[in-house]
Design a protein around this ligand. Structure first.
Ligand SMILES: Cc1cc2nc3c(=O)[nH]c(=O)nc-3n(C[C@H](O)[C@H](O)[C@H](O)COP(=O)(O)OP(=O)(O)OC[C@H]3O[C@@H](n4cnc5c(N)ncnc54)[C@H](O)[C@@H]3O)c2cc1C
Length: 460
């Protein structure tokens, strides 16, 4: 049991009184992330550290007083993993927001966790480089994307956070500060602690510095939009496009209902005639990029031919403005689903060759449950984003269980990029291999012997 005043004084002594919030000073925003199903919970304390040493001192104090700790980047997560405990300490990384170095020679940047992806994009652009992890929400922080192993549209070409973080400075719940990995592109020296921490949803260690991999920014890009009359045809087209050597940097599908909703919300006008729109079941969006304009033109022509051969009703090469608006609208599909009254949004991942069967199964399950499951997703990664419309909580729980089980049965997983958090925890515990969960618990115990980091996330 801790005495709040004493503990608050201890935290304030570490970060400075101005950087500790308690009681009414704690704003609503700190009480939640963007999960649709996790009720907000205001934390007892919000601390805004300015250095790894302060994070270390906070964790040491929290362990001594048995105060549960939740890390927060920008709070844009979709699994409830940044939702604090009411008796807990929320460590907000908003003050640790500096890009420490853009190292062109090694094509890396060294950044503090509170840097947003939009800020990092601006800094790396100046060097002609890019950090290629672009989840739909660019206000997300680098630390948060490490927490969730975020993906996004460009993952089809560049991979997810896991493939783009080379090293970390991290603070363990015991207060120890470690460095993992580095600026090197390879390392084979003991267990890969960087990869263990990435995607651990703030349950193992807190990242206080992140070394990210950068790629050259390619000057020329094009976006193709292909309507198909059959969703299965769209899914069957995906592996063929990936095998063609065109190396798209975006390969997304958007079903007709979602396209209608985002077009209405974002006032998109993409030049697709009404009669084609009416016959369309789903659209494929293909992004291509090149350093050379003529080569890009050649790729666009080949992609157009291929999409027609694969059954597209037509192929539209969007002008720059329309392409940007479409991508932005697709990124905002979550807000559109939320505004339309979606009860949950999930992100099952399956091997991409299983997408046609998995989506057919999902429709069948939703129909049987008298519910809706519509969406869009990172088709190139087999990552399906479904907005679930089902008001009855018990019916919805069973529907989600069945959808997750169907994804796992074909070699997929419950979440491709949003994480388990608190929202999907029960499904994770019900469906995952118990031997794997037990091993994960032992890993957690090794990192966090006093169980102060994000209790209630992943394991319950
Ligand atoms: C409109 C919209 C679109 C989205 N599109 C995508 C998408 O395409 N792909 C995708 O992957 N996600 C997407 N997301 C989800 C979200 O943007 C990502 O999960 C992102 O990684 C969250 O970053 P954040 O800074 O907001 O993290 P938060 O929500 O603050 O935290 C996320 C997790 O990271 C932990 N954490 C935070 N900081 C640290 C740290 N320094 N060290 C260790 N752990 C830490 C937290 O405890 C929590 O477990 C979308 C969200 C929205 C609202």
């Amino acid at each position: 049991m801790h005495v709040m005043g004493d503990v608050a004084a201890r935290f304030a002594g570490i970060v400075g009184a101005g950087n500790l919030l308690t009681g009414d000073q704690v704003g609503e925003d700190y009480a939640h992330d963007e999960s649709l199903t996790c009720e907000p919970r205001k934390p007892a304390y919000v601390a805004k550290p300015g250095s790894a040493e302060e994070v270390s001192a906070l964790l040491t104090a929290a362990a001594e007083h048995q105060v549960p700790v939740t890390a927060r980047g920008s709070g844009s997560g979709l699994s409830g993993a940044a939702r604090p405990r009411t008796d807990g300490l929320l460590i907000s990384f908003e003050r640790m927001n500096k890009v420490l170095e853009v190292d062109s020679g090694n094509q890396v940047a060294v950044v503090q966790p509170g840097v947003t992806l939009a800020e990092l994009d601006e800094k790396t652009a100046a060097a002609g480089l890019a950090y290629t992890v672009y989840p739909g929400e660019l206000s997300a922080s680098v630390g948060g994307t490490v927490g969730t192993n975020a993906g996004g549209m460009r993952a089809v070409k560049y991979g997810v956070t896991r493939h783009n973080v080379l090293g970390l400075q991290a603070v363990l719940p015991t207060g120890e500060i470690i460095r993992t990995g580095g600026k090197t592109s390879k390392i084979s020296t003991g267990y890969d602690l960087t990869q263990l921490i990435i995607g651990s949803e703030g349950t193992l260690a807190l990242a206080t510095e992140v070394i990210v991999k950068l790629y050259p920014r390619l000057a020329h890009g094009a976006t193709l939009l292909a309507p198909f009359n059959d969703l299965t045809q769209v899914m069957e087209a995906v592996p063929v496009i990936l095998a063609s050597g065109l190396t798209p940097n975006i390969l997304e599908y958007i079903d007709n209902l979602t396209m209608a909703a985002i077009s209405y919300n974002e006032q998109l006008s993409l030049g697709v005639p009404d009669e084609i729109q009416q016959a369309t079941q789903a659209y494929l969006v293909v992004g291509l990029e090149n350093r050379d304009a003529d080569r890009l033109d050649g790729d666009v022509a080949r992609a157009g031919e291929l999409l027609s051969e694969l059954g597209a009703a037509d192929v539209y090469v969007l002008d720059g403005g329309s392409a940007r608006k479409l991508i932005e609208a697709r990124e905002k599909a979550f807000w559109t689903a939320k505004a339309a009254g979606a009860d949950d949004v999930i992100d099952v991942v399956v091997p991409r060759s299983e997408m046609p069967g998995f989506l057919a199964k999902t429709r069948e399950l939703a129909l049987a449950a008298e519910s809706g499951a519509i969406g869009c997703g990172h088709a190139g990664d087999g990552n399906v984003h479904l907005a679930i419309f089902c008001k009855d909580p018990e019916k919805r729980r069973r529907l989600l269980h069945d959808i997750f089980a169907a994804g796992m049965a074909v070699g997929g997983a419950i979440s491709g990029e949003h994480g388990i958090g608190a929202a999907k925890q029960q499904h994770f515990l019900d469906l995952e291999d118990p031997a794997k969960v037990a091993l994960m618990r032992r890993v957690k115990q090794a990192f966090d012997p006093t169980d102060i980091l994000n209790p209630g996330v992943l394991f319950g």
